[in-house]
Design a protein around this ligand. Structure first.
Ligand SMILES: Nc1nc2c(ncn2[C@@H]2O[C@H](COP(=O)(O)OP(=O)(O)OP(=O)(O)O)[C@@H](O)[C@H]2O)c(=O)[nH]1
Ligand SMILES: [Mg+2]
Length: 637
């Protein structure tokens, strides 16, 4: 008996968005479907296909697919392959699209048009969408739409991906389309297969000639330099000033994370304390009150307080992303990355890892070289993700005095900057070692990376993206962090202490016993049993360590029911050596199960995640040990 898989596809027509990287596909996808997929001003943002729905004015429902950007239909990296597979109808669980919307950036017709020609050969009904028309107009670029349509033999629509009504022409066109006779709009011939490299090269050559002819006929064959971008680049990419500006910029960001956040943090703290006082007043002393105050309020309040700092950091990251500065930073760092065996290509995935290692690991799909991709995956968790920020901020607030150094530099911000640097240097060191041990000959690949033109970030978009960030964080607080906190509260409250017990009740609980057992492993690096307990639920997500510490301390503190602030508590009970050691631990420790799961998914097995777990835990332990011993030596115990 033979087996076969039958796929049932939704009956609605499927429309795929195809285009070069960074031409605005996702921006249009979001406008068309009301989704909120990530948009940023550099290539390779989308690495997976994403589906959305659009209800047309005609009452018809259609499905829209956002695809990773592609320069050609001859895939060189995993993300380009996704696009090709979809267009060829080879993508698993997806039918071949009924219609392709070829998105062109009006700012780079020469390269964008080549893809249109390749798409036409696929034999799918094709419509051209000319995007970024606002910039084209601003720069005085006149494009004769009717003539372009005639040259290509395809309908041409225009759009502006950053205006709320910028996709209206597309919607109108799709509404008026005769979906039963789609082949009428295409002049494509269906002889394309991707197997034939020779024919691909032959096509590429004739495509170049054809594009040149089209541009000539439209009077667009002159390359118009983007003067503003060029002028900015002459400073920002300057061999001496460029790197100085980059470092100064990052430094200022970390300063702001501490100095701007004080007021909103104070506000959150007061609200939590107020809420705790209210609960204490209305509820009698019971396990319920303990759960609410010592469990939930202490735990969640302990984490939520870091929301302002996370948002400030993201505000700057988004600013850099939208402006187009990020790929420039990759360009500036290419030489440094090259010296440890990585290419500038790894920069964007590594940078995404500062938000969270998971999108960073996914973004490695745009790295075509398999070895480079693997090394990037292995070091991505060392980039300081936003979940570490609460841990760092807590320890810094407790142990680093709020003090100004010379030139008004804030000491706490400086320490945070150094911690981020420690992660980066750790990652570079590991990459360098991996370079020595990989059998492949070490090669210097020239970085081929597109530098987008600078865009002025739009405040509305920034606000929406920041709100999304806040939402993600708060959902974590209300989800995994809440669950772990309540679980830990239960484990720390039961069993109840025996009659006449002298120690604090938590020491007789399950969690207390576990903490004391673990403390044997962790005492050489200076962790007490409270920290040891918190590390266990902290495997679920790093911030949980903070909420867990808050809960553990709330339960073991003598002043029974008031939800006390964690900062003064730990600064009075831990030594500086312990705090420094814990900071070192968090620079390296893979305290996050979802990252491990993502690595398994992306590498297709357990081998790499197991290697990663062991080397990162090993590294964390060694780093903490050294830090602790040095601190003790200098009498900081
Ligand atoms: N000025 C202007 N900017 C646009 C327009 N459309 C998109 N953008 C900006 O162009 C950049 C790239 O947009 P994306 O939608 O991420 O591009 P993409 O084609 O999905 O890119 P990849 O996912 O990397 O292939 C972002 O900064 C957008 O805000 C437009 O019509 N005008
Ligand atoms: Mg995209």
């Amino acid at each position: 008996m033979s087996e076969s898989t039958v796929h049932f596809f939704p009956s609605e027509p499927l429309v795929a968005l195809l285009g070069n990287p960074n031409c605005g596909k996702t921006a249009l996808f979001n406008l068309l479907t009301g989704s909120r997929q990530k948009v940023a001003n550099y290539s390779g943002v989308t690495v997976e296909r994403k589906e959305g729905r659009l209800l047309l004015e005609s009452g018809k429902n259609i499905r829209i697919l956002d695809l990773p950007g592609a320069y050609s239909l001859y895939p060189r990296s995993l993300d380009e392959r996704v696009t090709c597979n979809v267009l060829l109808g080879r993508a698993e669980g997806e039918k071949r699209p009924d219609l392709v919307l070829c998105i062109l950036s009006a700012m780079n017709l020469r390269r964008n048009l080549r893809l249109v020609l390749a798409a036409q050969r696929l034999g799918l009904p094709c419509v051209v969408v000319l995007n970024m028309l606002d910039i084209a107009k601003r720069q005085g670029l006149q494009i004769d739409i009717a003539a372009l349509s005639k040259e290509l033999g395809l309908p041409v629509i225009t759009s502006v991906g950053i205006q709320s009504n910028g996709a209206d022409d597309i919607k109108k066109f799709l509404s008026e389309l005769d979906w039963r006779n789609l082949n009428n709009i295409s002049t494509g011939t269906s002889d394309a297969t991707l197997e034939n490299v020779a024919s691909h090269i032959a096509h590429a050559e004739s495509d170049n000639v054809q594009v040149q002819r089209i541009l000539q006929n439209l009077g667009l064959d002159q390359i118009i330099p983007d003067q503003l971008s060029d002028r900015l680049d002459s400073v920002l990419l300057h061999p001496v000033f460029g790197p100085i500006i980059l470092v100064a910029l990052l430094f200022c960001i970390f300063q702001a994370v501490f100095s701007w956040a004080t007021v909103p943090m104070e506000l959150i703290k007061t609200s939590v304390e107020y809420l705790g006082a209210q609960i204490t007043e209305v509820l009698p002393n019971s396990w319920l009150r303990s759960l609410l105050i010592n469990g939930i309020l202490a735990g969640l309040g302990g984490v939520v307080i870091f929301l302002p700092q996370i948002l400030i950091l993201f505000f700057f990251i988004l600013l850099l992303e939208e402006s187009g500065y990020l790929p420039r930073a990759a360009y500036l760092l290419d030489r440094v990355m090259g010296s440890v065996g990585l290419s500038g290509r790894s920069f964007i995935p590594l940078l995404s890892s500062f938000a969270c290692a998971i999108p960073g690991i996914m973004a490695t799909r745009s790295i075509s070289n398999a070895r480079d991709r693997l090394v990037t995956i292995l070091i991505a968790p060392m980039m300081t993700c936003s979940a570490r920020l609460p841990v760092y901020a807590l320890l810094i607030s407790a142990f680093i005095p709020e003090q100004k150094l010379w030139a008004g530099i804030d000491l706490q911000g400086l320490v945070l900057f150094l911690l981020y640097l420690a992660g980066i240097f750790g990652a570079m060191a590991v990459a360098w070692i991996l370079k020595r041990f990989t059998s492949e000959q070490f090669r210097m690949n020239a970085l081929m990376m597109e530098l987008p033109s600078y865009h002025l970030p739009r405040l509305g978009n920034l606000a929406i993206s920041l709100w999304q960030r806040a939402e993600i964080f708060l959902r974590r607080v209300g989800g995994i962090i809440l669950i772990m906190t309540v679980g830990l509260w239960a484990l720390s409250s039961f069993p109840l202490p025996p009659e006449g017990a002298t120690l604090s009740p938590i020491q007789y609980s399950f969690a207390g016993m576990l903490g004391q057992a673990l403390a044997h492993v962790f005492s050489p690096i200076g962790f007490n049993w409270e920290i040891s307990i918190a590390l266990v639920p902290g495997m679920a997500a790093r911030e949980v360590v903070v909420s867990s510490l808050a809960t553990v301390y709330a339960l073991s503190s003598s002043s029974a029911d008031a939800a006390e602030a964690l900062v003064p508590l730990i600064s009075s009970t831990w030594s500086l050596a312990t705090a420094l050691s814990l900071l070192a631990w968090f620079v390296f420790a893979p305290q996050c199960l979802s990252t491990i799961a993502a690595v398994k998914r992306e590498t297709g097995g357990w081998k790499i995640p197991v290697i990663m777990l062991s080397y990162l835990f090993g590294l964390a332990y060694i780093a903490s040990f050294i830090t602790y011993r040095i601190a003790i030596f200098f009498n900081l115990g």
